[in-house]
Design a protein around this ligand. Structure first.
Ligand SMILES: CC(C)(COP(=O)(O)OP(=O)(O)OC[C@H]1O[C@@H](n2cnc3c(N)ncnc32)[C@H](O)[C@@H]1OP(=O)(O)O)[C@@H](O)C(=O)NCCC(=O)NCCS
Length: 165
């Protein structure tokens, strides 16, 4: 497939609202991300932490994001999503590569994330970039329809030191 014209750049303050609108749209799918509607767009816009945030843009439109929440314990926790019509075009890979590079530069020793077991695209994307399954949290999330969904934990070690207690 021809490369789609998109660019990856760090998130900015003015991205907050479009990001929150995209987040709300993806939550409507009730499938890949944990949040479900209703999303309070104004509150969500205010909550983004811009450190460790990268956005994918096509022209003026924000079509995806990845954020790395830096923990005080040296690892970063990833969240990401791509607008439905842009999936399968390499946007997720480009964002993940930017986040991994940022995490290395920032001295994080590990990246972690949680993904639903049915999210084949997500799991394949993370495996492709070196993440491995580390465990399953059974019936972790209660959905608005009452179902209890498992979560798969995945991780990518960026630097290794065997210093267990
Ligand atoms: C998961 C998600 C981020 C993937 O992003 P994307 O831009 O579609 O992924 P890419 O096009 O960069 O694909 C990268 C790799 O992922 C895998 N992949 C992508 N779509 C896939 C699919 N539908 N089925 C299986 N594997 C898939 C492939 O390994 C692909 O590499 P390849 O093109 O060399 O085969 C995207 O589907 C999404 O936003 N989903 C909804 C929200 C979500 O699930 N967020 C993650 C929560 S943990």
């Amino acid at each position: 497939m021809a490369l789609a014209p998109f660019e990856i750049r760090p998130g900015r303050d003015e991205d907050r609202l479009p990001l929150a609108i995209l987040f709300a749209a993806i939550s409507e799918e009730r499938d890949g991300i944990a949040s479900e509607p209703p999303v309070d767009v104004e509150k969500r816009a205010a909550r983004w932490a811009l450190e460790g945030m990268f956005v994918a843009c096509a022209g003026d439109e924000i079509i995806g994001w990845i954020d790395v929440a830096r923990s005080p314990h040296g690892y970063g926790e990833i969240g990401m999503a791509i607008a439905r019509e842009w999936r399968g075009r390499g946007v997720g890979s480009a964002l993940l590569e930017a986040a991994i590079a940022w995490a290395r530069e920032s001295g994080l020793h590990k990246l972690s994330l949680s993904v639903f077991p049915h999210n084949a695209a997500g799991i394949a994307l993370y495996r492709k970039h070196g993440f491995v399954e580390e465990g399953l949290r059974a019936k972790q999330l209660r959905r608005s329809n009452g179902q209890l969904w498992d979560l798969v934990d995945m991780g990518l070690l960026l630097s290794c030191q065997d210093d267990e207690p």
